[in-house]
Design a protein around this ligand. Structure first.
Ligand code: URA
Length: 227
């Protein structure tokens, strides 16, 4: 008889993640969100990823498509990932909330998840991280940092390594923050982009990814340019 071969790690992870995804798709614990949603936005990417990004919650585009970070903030995140020399397929991307925070009476707009919504949904994310076991986590923005570590103060804590259940976690600004700064007329956008990029350089170093001179210089004022 054919010997019973243990399922490869990827297969076991795949089955565990699919079972978890099915539970998330059926979840109605936040009744208002379940009523308003078009899709549950579970997460995407490589189950063997060394690097996992955690955002806040789906927006309208993500709710429409059922995938995290596919709208404008998603384009910025994709650019960040590519800047690191990676593709979205090589990392895993998920959010604190799997459903879009509803905005009753408004077709557009976003709102921050409530503390109760976060507490209700976070077990799904804990399990996703348990399955993937990334080497490094990146918390995108204050909500991700608060959801995973109950820490507040993203401006103060970004760039400083934290630990989530033994996994190094780098807090950085949310891509939406950079998009807001782009349009708010305050200037200093390059400085804020550079801060995020320096956080990601730390992540690359931690992961042992190659870093070129060009990558080191991203978002720095070009030498010789006028201040
Ligand atoms: N912002 C997030 O935090 N997550 C998404 O998936 C999209 C936008």
């Amino acid at each position: 008889p054919t010997p019973v071969v243990p399922a490869p790690a990827a297969g076991a992870k795949g089955e565990a993640m699919e079972a978890l995804r099915q539970r998330a798709l059926a979840c109605t614990r936040c009744a208002n969100l379940a009523r308003a949603r078009k899709n549950v936005v579970f997460g995407v990417g490589n189950l063997d990823a060394s690097l996992m990004f955690v955002g806040e919650a789906p927006g309208a585009d993500e709710d429409e498509q059922g995938q995290p970070f596919v709208g404008r903030a998603g384009q910025t995140l994709t650019g960040m990932i590519q800047g690191m020399g990676l593709t979205r397929d090589q990392v895993y991307i998920a959010n604190i909330l799997k459903c879009r925070p509803d905005t009753p009476g408004q077709a557009l707009g976003n709102r921050k998840p409530t503390a109760e919504e976060m507490a209700t949904c976070i077990p799904f994310l804990h399990e996703q991280i348990d399955i993937i076991q990334p080497k490094v986590l990146v918390a995108l923005g204050g909500t991700a940092l608060e959801g995973l570590l109950h820490l507040s103060g993203i401006s103060r804590l970004r760039g400083q390594w934290q630990t989530y259940r033994g996994i190094p976690l780098m807090p950085t600004f949310h891509p939406s923050y950079l998009l807001h700064r782009e349009g708010d007329g305050r200037g200093g956008l390059m400085t804020e982009k550079r801060k995020v990029w320096e956080d990601l350089l730390q992540v690359m170093e931690k992961l042992g990814l190659p870093i070129s001179e060009k990558q080191r210089a991203f978002f720095l004022p070009r030498s010789g340019s006028q201040a």
